[in-house]
Ligand binder design. Sequence first.
Ligand SMILES: NC(=O)c1ccc[n+]([C@@H]2O[C@H](COP(=O)([O-])OP(=O)(O)OC[C@H]3O[C@@H](n4cnc5c(N)ncnc54)[C@H](OP(=O)(O)O)[C@@H]3O)[C@@H](O)[C@H]2O)c1
Length: 232
Amino acid sequence: MKLKDKIVLITGGSEGLGFSIAKLLLEKGSIVHTIARDKKKLKEASKKLNNPNFHTNQGNVSSFESIELIIKRIGDIDILINNAGIWLEGSLLSNKQDQISKVIDVNIKGVIYVTKLVLPLMIKKNDGFIINISSTSGLVGKGNQVVYVASKYAVTGFTESLKEDLKTTDVKVAGFYPGGMNTKLFENAGNQKDNQQWMNTDEVASAIIFMLENDATMLIDHIVLKKRKNLI
Ligand SMILES: NC(=O)c1ccc[n+]([C@@H]2O[C@H](COP(=O)([O-])OP(=O)(O)OC[C@H]3O[C@@H](n4cnc5c(N)ncnc54)[C@H](OP(=O)(O)O)[C@@H]3O)[C@@H](O)[C@H]2O)c1
């Protein structure tokens, strides 16, 4: 599809991968709305992007009421990118109940709630594109991140099943499965990682643009991206 003037909602567009997707879509002429919790980070993102087509909304994807109002206010949405997510490291025994609950709320409920709110208009006009950012942690079990992996498997299952439910419509659904990226995901969760050499978010975001721009005759069902080991 042509991305110029398309209305896009990206959750978690204030930094990391979401910010890079917003930047590339704005360069293509899209109108980009984002939802994130921290007002200061949203302001900084706006300042960096310096584009009147970038619209910020303070909200929490795990609060149905808060995002319902925002999504109503935006109105028509052509493309939804469910990107907001948080990290939780450690064994199940070391994870606290409130940490587990938060990851489930943001990574699973957040994706389901935002999709549920955006979908009716897409179905009504029989057009739209939904990309869910899962992870390679949503494709294979990994050690020391058991709850995060469980949350990302849920996003994978939700994406695959939504595809089935919508397969007779022109609302497209695709999964996106990146490996480690050079973002503050881990730092934001209080973990230090030496991830400077991991995948660059602008490069990863360009694969999303490729997915969106090449939907006329084929659906790029999903993309899995990993850093080539010999480049580290
Ligand atoms: N980084 C990696 O290595 C990696 C690898 C595979 C998959 N992923 C996935 O890629 C996605 C983006 O991750 P990232 O690395 O770019 O993370 P990031 O740099 O920490 O950015 C996360 C974004 O999501 C927002 N966010 C977090 N919780 C939210 C909530 N409850 N409601 C609304 N917005 C919220 C954050 O803003 P606020 O904090 O202000 O809300 C921020 O804008 C996530 O789904 C992550 O699981 C990341």
